[in-house]
Design a binder for this molecule. Structure first.
Ligand code: SF4
Ligand code: MG
Length: 337
């Protein structure tokens, strides 16, 4: 099927005092209707920047976006800010990590849900209120009718997150971008919100982009997976494929730095050594090479000398041979997971 959102060779550059930062450096992906694409990576990998750019929420003064972002047949990179505003109200919506960044403390949640809806649809005050109460109920706010005139601070963290999801759903978005939507919540509430998102997707058939640093969350949320490192995709495939037979050393690192099932929650097995690279001065060749434990398996100085490319479909951007990608994982990584 035709992708609902198709991103091709996306590049996002920031000018800083110290030079140009290539925050996203040639990224391509597709999301179908009714499907969830998980984007996973450490902070600074470009996953949030990518999605702000998709919705035109980057700062045009300090950043430059290139490439094609095609949403339902319309190229968003050639779209005016006015049209983008319309798209953000109708076709696409974003759920942030912290509801307080999306909700204003000064207005009631009812007003914050219904005003943009009225602006976009021309609905009456009464219709907008009915819709807001319906959405608040749908996301599990008890007695939504009575909470309509409450302010964000009168809700608990988990309930505020639900309010933000309700706000995102007001205009029936066909694309929902959720950026670490449950990171700030405790595990039980987190599970409830994730279930809620899945139910809502079933009901509305939206395409979802789910951004997280947590592969465990991805495992039961997403259909497809994109692993990002230093502004590029290093591995792509269905969640099943990538989690069962991951091919890229960085993905191995992410998997082995997850807490063990039943183990101490803070106990990571094999944390990835070092830290994510500076995008001001990214490493040559494969950007992961300063942290990679497998460069000696690749002939010559290919890892630091030549940037590996990511093929189409199920793919990983790494100079190891297809056999090595399988056997190293099965022989050395899997037994330790
Ligand atoms: Fe490691 Fe080399 Fe593969 Fe990069 S290309 S992940 S450095 S083995
Ligand atoms: Mg982020």
């Amino acid at each position: 099927p035709e992708a609902f959102l198709s991103v091709r060779d996306l590049r996002v550059r920031f000018s800083t005092e110290d030079g140009i930062v290539n925050a996203v450096d040639g990224l391509s992906f597709d999301v179908e209707r009714g499907k969830t694409l998980g984007i996973v990576g450490e902070s600074g990998s470009g996953k949030s920047v990518t999605n702000l750019a998709v919705l035109g929420l980057h700062n045009p003064q300090s950043s430059k976006v290139e490439g094609d972002i095609i949403l339902d047949g319309q190229n968003l990179t050639a779209t005016s800010e006015k049209q983008m505003e319309k798209i953000r109200g109708n076709k696409a919506a974003m759920i942030f990590q912290d509801a307080l960044t999306a909700l204003s403390p000064y207005y009631t949640v009812g007003r914050q849900l219904s005003e943009p809806f009225r602006k976009h649809t021309g609905a009456s005050r009464k219709e907008a209120k009915a819709r807001a109460v319906e959405m608040l109920t749908k996301v599990g706010i008890p007695q939504a009718n009575m909470r309509f005139d409450d302010y964000p601070h009168q809700f608990s963290g988990g309930m505020r997150q639900r309010v933000m999801i309700a706000m995102a759903l007001m205009c029936d978005p066909e694309l929902l971008i959720a950026d670490e939507p449950t990171t700030a919540l405790d595990v039980t509430v987190q599970a409830q919100i994730l279930d809620l998102l899945k139910d809502l997707q079933q009901e509305f058939g939206s395409a979802i982009i789910f951004i997280t640093h947590d592969l465990g969350v991805i495992a039961n949320m997403a259909d497809d997976l994109l692993v990002m490192y230093a502004g590029r995709a290093v591995e792509r495939g269905s969640v099943r494929e990538v989690l069962r037979a991951p091919e890229h050393p960085y993905t191995w690192g992410l998997l082995s730095s997850m807490p063990r099932l039943g183990g101490d929650i803070n106990e990571a097995l094999l944390p990835i050594p070092g830290s994510p690279p500076s995008l001001l001065n990214p490493p040559s060749g494969c950007a992961f090479h300063p942290r990679c434990a497998f460069t000696d398996k690749v002939s010559g100085s290919l890892c630091s000398g030549e940037r590996p490319s990511l093929g189409d479909g199920r793919a990983s951007a790494c100079h190891l041979t297809p056999e090595q990608k399988q056997t190293i994982f099965i022989d050395h990584i899997k037994p330790r997971l």
